[in-house]
Design a protein around this ligand. Structure first.
Ligand code: AGP
Length: 593
């Protein structure tokens, strides 16, 4: 779960690596480092941010033909200076950066130690450097060394490295972690995703699993695991969708919340036109024919799965929804013709990739809904539907969640050719716009009231409960306040014991069928001293509600009013002076299990 950049032949290598690592620090930000060739291998690294590395540690001027950089989210070995990448091999022949996890590193380390290799840190990466060095010394052939090492190591890796006696060759190897090559004129680039490279090129090559290669300033050569050359066709990427520009916003999270209307509109225009849904006909046929749909996802995407599953149920499909890391260990396939829908903003979540292996072994039909074209899941699932939401940088997912719910609503409706969903969606967009233009000051006031609280509760039923789960995750993720989402009806079955004087309870009341019961819940918590903030729709509102929005169709809560939850988490985090976009202990792309 780390970010990699690399360049060869670039005129301003320091600038590229600094800017690139800053763009990739959504993948991890506990330490950062840079390695390059200038009369031998030079490495500068430290614990802390990319800004710290370039402001205080690395030289102000880096003149080199070859450079690699890394921003880390520690898996093996604490976030310390010695464990920070790049790593250098024992005899100082190899300088490398790695994203992923080498599962058998302990055995391999022991074997190398028995041969006299010494290790300075605790990472799995150092083992790969030493294995490459050992093989290189034995064979004198870098490609043979790479092939041997790829056959030895188990796990996931995107690796970029260079050797101490060749400043004109940048090597890459990849399995189950992303690595993209950017094609330039007189230079070439490498990165974990395309975004760091867009100032220099919009032509890219995406490495597939078990491919490796060598990059010089004028050439890129890729090989498959057997050493056969692979002819990779370059792809063009839409600059707008991969741009990291803050566009004047103070934080990515705020920018991304405010992009929600644009994101929903783009999806509606992409997958619907002239009264018709534009999904792949074979996909719709497979969905129609399946007798059970299994939704699999993690975190926020799982919350979208809960919403999406309910949509499909409304159209008569039987569904189940599972957290990927649970399903992976006890997979079940109800029905005779199960169909799997995986949901993942990043398309790289390791728990889901584990599930995909099982899905493939069992030859099950499958679809991924992802924001990341070219990601592991996008490439390896049978069907893929892209969210076209533009890159989501803030660790807290906002616009991608709304996009997932939007796309799921459209896909479910497409099965029955139900056009009313599009009318309802347009109405819910008006609510999003109303919240963004009118209710931010009220939400900020609520945020200031809860910022010093230790616990917060969110209550809702049905779709409002699914939204409560997401609101609660968002709040705890970036404000570090403990929060819980409770279905209104479950309150009396335990959680009400925690309701006491002054505890904030945020309640969503937007569903005619459940409104009366929710009002009952509100009385129950109020009478125990809770500070209650009700979010309701006009038709269901009562005096004293904190926010009353224009009516919308109840099943679109996750689209219409999730902005309220996102702003609330944002303003609390801001009021507490926390790092909104990069909360502690988390990373945007969870590429380790
Ligand atoms: C969302 O705010 C979280 N950062 C997290 O729960 C995230 O949704 C989860 O890790 C799943 O990621 P994915 O959608 O990229 O698979």
């Amino acid at each position: 779960m780390c970010g990699i950049v690399g360049a060869i032949g670039l005129a301003s290598p320091r600038k590229y690596v600094e800017k690139g690592l800053k763009m990739l620090d959504y993948r991890g930000y506990d330490s950062a480092g840079v390695g390059y060739y200038a009369h031998g291998i030079k490495i500068y690294k430290d614990v802390g941010s990319v800004a710290h590395l370039f402001d205080e540690v690395a030289p102000k001027l880096i003149k080199t033909n070859i450079i690699i950089g890394h921003t880390r989210w520690a898996t093996h070995g604490a976030p310390s200076k010695i464990n920070t990448h790049p790593h250098i091999s024992f005899h100082k022949k190899i300088c490398l950066v790695h994203n992923g996890v080498i599962e058998n590193f302990k055995e391999l380390k022991a074997e190398l130690e028995a041969k006299g290799y010494e290790f300075y840190g605790q990472t799995d990466t150092e083992v790969v450097g030493n294995l490459l060095e050992e093989q290189l010394q034995q064979t004198g052939d870098v490609f043979a060394a790479i092939r041997k090492v790829m056959g030895t190591i188990k796990g996931s890796y995107a690796i970029s490295f260079f050797t101490s006696d060749d400043e004109n060759s940048l090597y890459v190897m990849k399995k189950a972690s992303p690595l993209v090559i950017g094609l330039g004129k007189g230079f070439n680039l490498v990165a974990s995703d395309a975004s760091p490279m867009i100032d220099h090129t919009n032509e890219f090559i995406e490495l597939s699993d078990e491919e490796y290669g060598v990059i010089t300033k004028d050439e890129v050569k890729i090989f498959d695991g057997n050493g056969k050359p692979v002819n990779k066709q370059p792809i063009h990427k839409d600059i707008e969708l991969i741009s990291h520009d803050l566009k004047g916003y103070p934080h990515y999270m705020l920018k991304e919340i405010e992009e929600i209307p644009q994101v929903v509109n783009r999806l509606m225009n992409t997958y619907y036109s002239d009264g018709k849904y534009l999904f792949d006909k074979k996909l719709i046929k497979d969905l129609k024919e399946s007798d059970h749909i299994i939704f699999i996802a993690c975190g926020t995407s799982y919350h979208a799965a809960l919403v999406g599953g309910r949509y499909f149920e409304y159209y008569g499909k039987s569904t189940s929804k599972s957290i990927a890391s649970e399903w992976a260990f006890h997979p079940t396939f109800p029905g005779k013709k199960p169909f799997i829908i995986m949901i993942s903003q990043s398309g790289e979540t390791a728990d889901l990739i584990h599930c995909l292996d099982i899905i493939k072994k069992n030859k099950l039909k499958n679809l991924v809904i992802t924001n990341a074209g070219g990601s592991s899941l996008d490439r390896n699932c049978q069907y893929s539907l892209l969210l076209y939401s533009g890159i989501e940088v803030s660790v807290a997912s906002t616009k991608a969640y709304v996009a997932q719910c939007t796309l799921l609503a459209m896909l479910a409706a497409a099965i029955k050719k139900d056009k009313s969903c599009m009318t309802d969606m347009r109405q819910s967009l008006k609510v999003v716009e109303e919240i963004q233009s009118t209710y931010k000051p009220i939400i900020e006031k609520v945020a200031n009231k809860i910022k010093n609280k230790k616990n917060v509760f969110f209550l809702g039923r049905s779709f409002d409960y699914f939204l409560s789960l997401e609101a609660s995750l968002k709040l705890k993720e970036i404000s570090y306040i403990h929060s819980e989402a409770v279905p209104g009806g479950e309150l009396k079955h335990g959680p009400i014991a925690l309701i006491e004087e002054g505890i904030p309870v945020i309640v969503f009341v937007t569903d005619t069928v459940t409104a009366a019961s929710m009002r009952g819940n509100i009385e129950e918590v109020k009478s125990r001293g809770a500070d209650v903030y009700v979010i309701s729709t006009k038709k269901l509102s009562q005096p004293g509600d904190a926010i009353v929005v224009t009516d919308y169709r109840f099943y679109l809560s996750s689209i219409a009013i999730s902005s309220i939850a996102f702003y609330l988490a944002y303003f609390v985090s801001l009021a507490k002076g926390l790092n909104v976009d990069k909360p502690r202990n988390l990373a945007k792309s969870v590429t380790v299990e």
